[in-house]
Write a new protein. Structure first.
Length: 398
């Protein structure tokens, strides 16, 4: 799927100041970055801008400082890591108000091919409210706006949509890649198209399931959300996760799948635990035999086989959400089996959502996937068929 928006390839950046919105919302521990994949994902666009003579002003949010300056949410560690990757100093404009005296002076002094970084845009309370004054302040620093932050494309904030009202706005390589992979998988997939949906809550994935029922050949349900479907079928689910308000809706979706000829697979057996604890007593039981007082924490071996068989012949696989509590060694087998099946399927594989991305990365399967999305909420909303404000705000090609 091609994106019908202007991109960095359509613009002459020589000598121009470019405000580039990236997603540098990286995990930190004691001030150190523990995973820099989002920084790495932004590098192709940043390098392109530098090599084409732009004066590059990067901006991003980090965490939730809630509209005030808090040093623990500073982008200083990001500036340091970017400097290492780019082989040139990336100066941080240390302004509590983001667009302050430092930022203005630094932007004015930028030479072609140089890069600077603004402080956390969420230090300003106007950012998340998309208030005009902050959008104008950001725009005042630059001649062109490049959005490459797919992870925040579902948010209408000053630095994602507001600034596009005041500058020519185009997208970077990461957003292009995300839309081409995910959009292509939905609009013109290599068939069969298999969607694997896991995670805790049915309510979080209702929109995705509803949208995918019109597009998929097979839908596989795992994780905590599967127990609501089992409950609909009249199974005893013990203390497993249940969204009682969504039981009827779960049933409707299963009936809808049948009507549309979509295979709808839920676990046939489970690894259950006595308590929600990594080292709890555990056993394997069929899905209609979970004893009172026990809870499902992973899919069982028969389910692994059922799901693996469905994935084997896939042309395209979309995976969002783990099969169980995959961060615990004792309950990761289902997620490992699915990851392995996807990696070996030869299908175009698209992994979206923080938990499944974390699982695939931790288990060492990341390099075997066609595309790992950088956007959790954004990829979910895209899979639901929603329009993303951060992409809608970019200039359309005629």
């Amino acid at each position: 799927m091609k994106l019908n928006k202007y991109t960095v390839d359509d613009i002459n950046f020589a000598g121009k100041k470019v405000l580039c919105r990236c997603d540098f919302n990286v995990p930190l521990k004691d001030g150190e970055i523990t995973n820099d994949k989002r920084i790495v994902a932004a590098l192709p666009t940043i390098k392109y801008l530098m090599e084409n003579g732009a004066k590059v002003i990067l901006c991003s949010h980090l965490g939730r400082p809630k509209g005030e300056y808090k040093p623990e949410f500073s982008l200083a560690p990001v500036a340091k890591r970017l400097s290492e990757y780019l082989g040139t100093e990336v100066k941080l404009a240390e302004d509590a108000e983001v667009v302050g005296e430092n930022a203005k002076a630094m932007a004015a002094a930028l030479q072609d091919g140089e890069v600077m970084l603004l402080e956390n845009v969420r230090y300003r309370k106007e950012e998340t409210k998309n208030e005009e004054n902050f959008s104008k302040e950001l725009a005042s620093l630059a001649d062109i706006f490049v959005n490459d932050a797919f992870g925040t494309a579902h948010r209408a904030h000053c630095s994602t949509t507001g600034v596009a009202d005041y500058l020519p706005a185009v997208c970077g390589y990461l957003i292009q890649k995300e839309i081409e992979f995910m959009g292509g998988a939905l609009a013109n997939p290599k068939r069969p198209l298999v969607a694997i949906l896991g995670g805790a809550k049915v309510s979080d994935k209702i929109g995705v399931i509803s949208n995918l029922l019109d597009k998929c050949d097979t839908i596989i349900i795992g994780g905590g959300m599967a127990y609501t479907f089992m409950k609909y079928l009249g199974h005893s689910i013990g203390n497993s996760l249940l969204e009682a308000d969504w039981i009827e809706k779960a049933g409707e979706m299963m009936a809808d799948a049948e009507k549309k000829g979509v295979k709808f697979l839920i676990p046939v057996d489970n690894k259950v635990g006595k308590e929600y604890d990594e080292n709890t007593e555990a056993m394997i039981v069929n899905s209609d035999e979970i004893p009172d007082g026990w809870m499902g924490l992973d899919i069982g071996p028969k389910s692994q086989e059922l799901f693996t068989d469905a994935i084997k012949g896939a042309g395209t696989v979309i995976w969002n959400g783990p099969m169980g509590v995959s961060e615990w060694k004792n309950f990761e087998a289902g997620t490992v089996a699915v990851a392995n099946a996807v990696a070996e399927s030869g299908a175009i594989s698209i992994i979206g959502g923080g938990d499944s991305v974390a699982a695939v990365t931790k288990l060492g399967f990341a390099d075997k996937m066609s595309h790992i999305s950088t956007g959790g909420g954004a990829s979910l909303e895209f899979l639901e068929g929603k329009e993303l404000p951060g992409i809608m705000a970019l200039q359309d090609k005629d």
